[in-house]
Design a protein around this ligand. Structure first.
Ligand code: IMP
Ligand code: MG
Length: 178
């Protein structure tokens, strides 16, 4: 489907499933070659669930683990600027080498919050991998180690990303049609 309608808004294909697979392949290779030891991947739910599943299958680093956390700053197509607390970290993660897996980094508010909460857990190292990055919207100085694709400041949906909770199941990534 080249076009989809979600909550009465029309979206058109922006990044095809084939291109997504290439991006996932490339970012997984970069992580594998980064020298990170015994990584604990932390996938940010719900948006990163497909990205995390696809990346994990390509990770060849020994003793790789994954956990899932939840935190959100979005309502509709606008960021609210507010984030809730971190849910989903169980047990002691102090001293661990963390690789955050994000679907998209927009303003960076969510990322900053996650990193500050992880630092409270006294982790050894934090690296950040994101499928998509909106450089024009980013307001933080935090370095992003692995970027799948930088995109313009458009609202996108599909491959895990939602528009008010729907559209996550779409195999391609779509953008709002003007
Ligand atoms: P930030 O805190 O502004 O960086 O936003 C990060 C979170 O907002 C992501 O993890 C997504 O869940 C969501 N988000 C940001 N941009 C989009 C978008 O274009 N489509 C769908 N969700 C988005
Ligand atoms: Mg979301």
């Amino acid at each position: 489907m080249r076009k989809v309608t979600l909550h009465n808004k029309t979206f058109e294909v922006f990044i095809s499933d084939t291109e997504i697979a290439e991006i996932v392949h490339s970012i997984s290779n970069q992580i594998n070659n980064s020298g990170v030891k015994d990584p604990l991947f932390i996938a940010v739910m719900n948006g990163a669930f497909l990205f995390a599943a696809d990346v994990m299958r390509k990770i060849t680093i020994p003793n790789a683990e994954i956990s899932f956390i939840k935190l959100s700053s979005y309502s509709g197509t606008e960021t609210t600027g507010k984030v809730s607390e971190l849910i989903g970290i169980e047990g002691n993660i102090s001293g661990r080498n963390i690789v955050i897996l994000e679907d998209i980094i927009d303003t960076g508010i969510t990322l900053e919050k996650i990193i500050s909460l992880l630092k409270e857990e006294e982790v050894a190292d934090i690296k950040v991998a994101t499928l998509l990055f909106k450089p024009d919207a980013y307001t933080k100085d935090i370095h992003i180690d692995f970027i799948g694709k930088s995109i313009p400041n458009d609202f996108v949906v599909g491959y895990g990303l939602d528009y008010d909770e729907i559209g996550r199941n779409l195999p391609h990534i779509y953008k709002l049609k003007n």
